[in-house]
Design a protein around this ligand. Structure first.
Ligand code: LLP
Length: 423
């Protein structure tokens, strides 16, 4: 579900024509729909209402201040993974007491920043990290709340780069080691072992891996409690998948229904539930607008060369992610097209790498130099993974709100590219 629709032969975002935005800010440009962000945040809230979760939006997905501010105003908490993300949440007016801080390699400086700011929870992934955090807490004369990140050893059946719950992954500690750490918790007297955290992967498009992981974790929590430890926080991480080219992800209701039998007993016995969705909230809320530079035929292939590239949207190159790509002037969304009538093309950028493609071997309508195209579901891990590779200034970000839009990050200039450098 999103608020990008074709009407009268062209693409609209809410009440604004995509072409009007391209006219105003140029291309490439990220365009976000406020209504789509709100819709997905509320959808999770209502599907999981029985768990009364704190929804800690995963800032890494789309970290623009305007989006963080919007979600803060709706009551969201935030999952962060760096000092920079803490800075963003605070700059956008997010509540510090709703921040959870994850990551395998927090530095002392980041731990200190988070502890001083007064965040809700550190999710901790190893004994050396506990030692370092204990030192920070002792120094500040504070008790810091932690949740041990447990790796349940479940295959999330997603791309290997975004699988985190398998036994061999760098994230968390296995169940056996987690038990040993908890039994030694008195060694870290300034840390309050409040709960358990798990995040098994991202873009998970079936309920099975969540059910399997939660079943193992619920048993782990029950065993720990039998041994006398009260674990009052359960942070179930993020990972809910969305529709890309394949329309295959479960809805929030389907996830909630599958998880409920396992999670509800934890809720009933008074536990606080946190979740950390990123992609589910931001993914379908964004498109990347781009303009065709050339259409080129070579060998047996057609290349549609556009002005967006792998530096703007890395996901196709890095994960072979299949985003839907379609002209802005068209009668309807690509799902409705009769593919048998279309010739295949590669949609590529100008960057000097063969890995620089937005889509490959796609049935694609005839387009010409100057036509606009849209890359869909680019809201999450789009702008946040962009770079200046090939010295390309980063694209602007535009937020559409009903019938109006505003630039929430301006396009970088050539001066921005060299501002931090000296000769
Ligand atoms: N919590 C933790 C601890 C995480 O590591 C992540 C994502 C999330 C929550 C949010 O996951 P989500 O709900 O968005 O799936 N760049 C990749 C995705 C990397 C995800 C990293 N961790 C991509 O473009 O697919």
């Amino acid at each position: 579900m999103d608020f990008f629709d074709y009407k009268n032969g062209e693409l609209w975002c809410e009440g604004v024509k995509a072409s009007a935005i391209a006219e105003a800010v140029g291309t490439p440009a990220y365009v976000y729909s406020r209504a789509t962000i709100e819709h997905h945040y509320r959808q999770l809230g209502s599907a999981f209402a029985w768990a009364k979760p704190t929804i800690c939006y995963s800032v890494k997905a789309l970290s623009n201040l305007a989006v963080v501010k919007l979600l803060a105003s709706m009551g969201a908490g935030f999952d962060v993974v760096s000092g920079g993300e803490i800075h963003r949440v605070l700059a956008a007016g997010g509540e510090v007491s709703k921040i959870v801080f994850a990551g395998v390699g927090k530095t002392d400086a980041e731990m200190e920043l988070a502890a001083k700011a007064g965040i809700d929870l550190f999710t901790v992934e190893s004994e050396p990290e506990l030692d370092a955090l204990e030192a920070v807490a002792r120094e500040l004369r504070k008790t810091l709340r932690v949740a041990l990140r447990v790796n349940p050893g479940v295959d999330p059946k997603t791309h290997v780069y975004v699988s985190t719950g398998k036994r061999e992954s760098k994230f968390g500690v296995d169940l056996e080691r987690a038990g040993k750490i908890l039994s030694r918790r008195a060694s870290w007297p300034h840390l309050d072992f409040a709960g358990i955290h798990a995040h098994i992967g991202s873009q998970i498009v079936s309920v099975g891996p969540f059910v399997d992981a939660l079943t193992l974790l619920a048993k782990f929590i029950a065993d720990e409690e039998k041994a006398g430890l009260k674990l009052s926080v359960f942070d179930m991480g993020g990972g809910f998948g969305i529709f890309y080219k394949l329309r295959e992800a479960p809805s929030a209701e389907e996830h909630a229904a599958a998880i409920r039998p396992i999670l509800e007993p934890l809720v009933r016995s008074g536990r606080r539930i946190l979740m950390e969705p990123g992609r589910f909230i931001a993914g379908q809320a964004g498109i990347l607008l781009s303009r065709v530079t050339f259409v080129k035929d070579s060998g047996d292939k057609r290349f549609v060369i556009v002005d967006a590239a792998m530096n703007d949207l890395l996901r196709p190159a890095l994960y072979h992610a299949e985003h839907q790509v379609w002209p802005v002037k068209a009668s309807g969304r690509p799902e409705l097209a009769d593919e048998s009538q279309l010739a295949c093309a590669d949609i590529v950028g100008p960057v000097c790498e063969s890995g620089d493609f937005l889509a490959r071997e796609r049935p694609f309508p005839e387009v010409r130099r100057g036509d606009l195209i849209a890359v869909f579901a680019a809201g999450a891990y789009g702008m946040t993974m962009s770079s200046n590779y090939n010295s390309r200034p980063r694209a602007p970000e535009v937020l559409v709100e009903g019938n109006s839009f505003r630039v929430v990050r301006r396009r970088e200039t050539f001066e921005d590219l060299t501002r931090l450098e000296t000769t």
